[in-house]
Design a protein around this ligand. Structure first.
Ligand SMILES: Cc1ncc(COP(=O)(O)O)c(C=O)c1O
Length: 426
């Protein structure tokens, strides 16, 4: 299928041909190891763009110089700071500007959106989600169901992989949507599964969900900045994602939400309101009576955490410059090369170890992340790998997750990952 080679020269050749190669220089790589670090955890916390400091310092300077007047003075007045992030965010998730806003954190946003979009009524009360969703999503879904006085055990329907399988079969999702039919109130699935890296067909899930009259939302924590998304075109009702993984927006950094244009002016939707979602022109009149802004901005609660947003803006600028098309093209090649390296070393060492990549091999069914099951191995292997300067992620009982990020990882990084993993199994 491919003509890859597991050699340093070959990896360097791919780097030479990489149209995004110059972006690597625009990030800080951790230096805490006494060896060069090989960073593969952009799916957990993205690296710091070198421009982040400048953006954050600009706001510290504005605060120093203007105090509270910084809301209305300076290069980017804080009153409307979040607006600086809107267009570039819309580009990343395939949305219209009115459909996105950067605010709060991921779980908060999921709750705010579900308060509006999970409206159990009559027999339409059920939520469909993936089994073993990220725990925060599970807690959020359960508490939303309880909030309506219902029993999560009865209302939450989980789709799991079949017996002895690791991935969810998409046909099982489709069949379950049809089976639940008019009992289905909401489909809420992670666009990319955090554990396996499996990417779901969000367009198809949305279409089928709508066919039975359900609302469809996605947690895009592992998809935003990773997958080429077209949320508007796909007709997704709502989505939320965090900014700190592929989007490099700082630890716990601000996150995003999407509300489809068709809901933009629906003032009938129940929502938990706050003053930052109130009509911008009248916000400071401090009048009673909440009038939501049109679109996603109407879900904002509080005034912008400007320092976090400044960090996010620095990274969004890089995404804008690189463009999601080029990022997606590099992602596919880089991930395929990483998969090749892992398969190659697994084959050559099959008398001792076996590494099975549980992430789908089809590039349309995955993003940057590869989840590698190290059969018969334990944490000791991972610790040995870490001691070599590899920053990856370990999930019990035996899965190593790596996510070469197209903006800052190189093909040479992947080559070294293979070399160091091979060393660690010795
Ligand atoms: C899929 C998924 N959902 C939810 C969360 C929770 O995010 P937050 O702590 O920003 O609310 C995470 C965090 O890693 C995640 O990966």
């Amino acid at each position: 299928m491919n003509t890859f080679q597991n050699t340093l020269d070959f990896a360097r050749q791919l780097d030479t041909e990489d149209p995004l190669k110059s972006f690597r220089e625009r990030f800080h790589f951790p230096t805490f190891h006494d060896k060069p670090t090989r960073y593969f955890t952009g799916n957990s916390l993205g690296l710091q763009p070198k421009s982040t400091r400048k953006y954050v310092l600009e706001e510290l300077d504005a605060w120093e110089k203007y105090g509270v007047e910084g809301h209305f003075h300076g290069k980017r007045p804080w009153f409307a700071y979040h607006e600086n992030l809107t267009e570039w965010t819309a580009e990343i998730v395939g949305a219209l500007p009115i459909e996105v806003v950067v605010t709060h954190s991921l779980t908060t946003n999921l709750h705010l959106l579900m308060v509006s979009f999970y409206q159990p009524k009559g027999k339409r009360t059920k939520i469909l989600c993936e089994a073993k969703a990220f725990p925060s999503d599970q807690y959020a879904l359960e508490s939303q169901v309880r909030f309506h006085g219902l029993n999560p055990q009865e209302q939450i329907v989980e789709i799991a992989p079949r017996t002895n399988e690791l991935l969810i079969r998409e046909e099982d999702i489709y069949a379950k949507i049809k089976e639940l039919g008019d009992e289905l109130a909401l489909v809420m699935i992670g666009g990319v599964n955090y554990y396996t890296g499996q990417l779901f067909d969000m367009e198809k899930i949305t279409t089928l969900g709508h066919e039975v009259g359900a609302i469809v939302g996605f947690d895009l924590a592992h998809a935003a900045g990773n997958i080429n998304l077209h949320l508007h075109e796909w007709g997704v009702d709502f989505a939320a994602w965090c900014g700190y993984k592929y989007l490099n927006s700082s630890p716990g950094g601000v996150s995003g939400m999407f509300v489809h244009e068709r809901h933009a002016n629906n003032t009938e939707l129940p929502r938990f309101a706050g003053w930052w979602g109130h009509d911008k022109e009248k916000r400071f009149l401090m009048e009673p009576g909440f009038h939501p802004m049109a679109g996603a901005e109407g879900w904002q609660l509080s005034n912008a955490p400007v320092l976090g947003m400044a960090a996010h803006l620095a990274s969004l600028e890089l995404f804008h410059e690189a463009g999601m098309d080029r990022i997606g093209a590099k992602r596919d090649l880089l991930t395929a090369y990483m998969a090749f390296i892992i398969d190659d070393l697994s084959t050559r060492n099959n008398d001792r170890v076996s590494f099975e990549i549980i992430t789908p091999s089809d590039k349309t069914k995955r993003g940057a992340q590869l989840s590698i099951m190290a059969k018969g191995q334990g944490r000791k292997l991972f610790d040995a790998l870490s001691a070599e300067g590899v920053i990856a992620d370990w999930r019990e009982p035996n899965v190593i997750r790596v996510a070469p990020a197209p903006l800052y990882n190189s093909f040479e990084d992947c080559y070294w990952f293979g070399q160091l993993l091979e060393k660690a199994i010795q």
